[in-house]
Design a protein around this ligand. Sequence first.
Ligand SMILES: NC(=O)c1ccc[n+]([C@@H]2O[C@H](COP(=O)([O-])OP(=O)(O)OC[C@H]3O[C@@H](n4cnc5c(N)ncnc54)[C@H](O)[C@@H]3O)[C@@H](O)[C@H]2O)c1
Length: 310
Amino acid sequence: MGLYLVTGIAGFIGSALGRALLAQGHEVVGIDNLSTGFMENVPAGAAFFRGDCGEAASYAGLLPRRPYDAIFHIAGQSSGEVSFDDPLLDLRTNTGSTLHLLRFSLETGCRRMLYASSMSVYGEQPDGAVREDAFCRPTSFYGVGKLASEHYLRIYARYGISSTSLRLFNVYGPGQNMGNMRQGMVSIYMSMLADGVIRVKGRPDRFRDFVYIDDVVRAFLACLDRRESEGRELNIGGSGKVLVKDLLDRLLSLSKTPARIEYAGETPGDLFGICADPALSRHCLGYSPQTDLDAGLAAMYAWHTGRDAG
Ligand SMILES: NC(=O)c1ccc[n+]([C@@H]2O[C@H](COP(=O)([O-])OP(=O)(O)OC[C@H]3O[C@@H](n4cnc5c(N)ncnc54)[C@H](O)[C@@H]3O)[C@@H](O)[C@H]2O)c1
């Protein structure tokens, strides 16, 4: 069985991935600085270290008795908006962490790195569905940092570290942080349903591609088996093109109580519309999303409301 390091294991995606690896019988070591994650998310059975991946001192506790079979680098501040508050913090915590991890991989003999990149690397694109070979021109510091991380990973291939960067589109599902009002379109709007007013930044005809958490986990796991994924950046989408107003309609139909929608303001650096061209990830990973948007939203809503009632 494998030995894996998961960064960001106390967060939404890292914890789901950690649970899936443990369920397959693997050994999991996790690190998180608990900046946006929670101790209760850390999967039972994982060895946990509290530390910041952007600081060299954090790595002493992670030294393995044999090289990790792979490192899943999931930790990061995940908000484009937050990257405008403090671009240096974003650089240190996201891109700096990638560099620290790459050096740690080299020093400890790990040869495989899987990275949680983002659709934010693309910036505005002329057509909706974007291919991996599109010219990247990020519109947020967050996107710049994710793109820089991808390049660092690519260049480290010359030292024998093979990487795959998954460009995640809008991830949603049970386990998402419903209290974070600066990241996660589905989680933000769903959490506002109970207030009776959904405050939406930007226009209703903007669009996104929503991908359910289980599909994201499946994509990361597939990277371990599929050699064709090595050295690549791959889109991980789910629903295809869905307008914001369509997402809102679906959310309203889930809720028993009516809610009003108010459009006001916008988010700095936010993209107008983007969705994934799925061809390359299908070819290299055998990836195709298994959960359609309505089923995924229903599962998340049941989790969210059940949690509130409990
Ligand atoms: N959720 C999405 O829609 C989405 C989309 C594209 C990419 N991503 C990327 O996926 C990753 C996980 O996102 P998420 O939605 O699970 O967010 P999250 O905030 O739930 O999880 C991130 C975790 O990383 C931890 N963390 C942050 N900086 C750290 C550091 N320097 N050292 C150690 N731990 C640190 C946080 O405490 C948190 O537990 C992020 O890198 C994010 O940029 C997420």
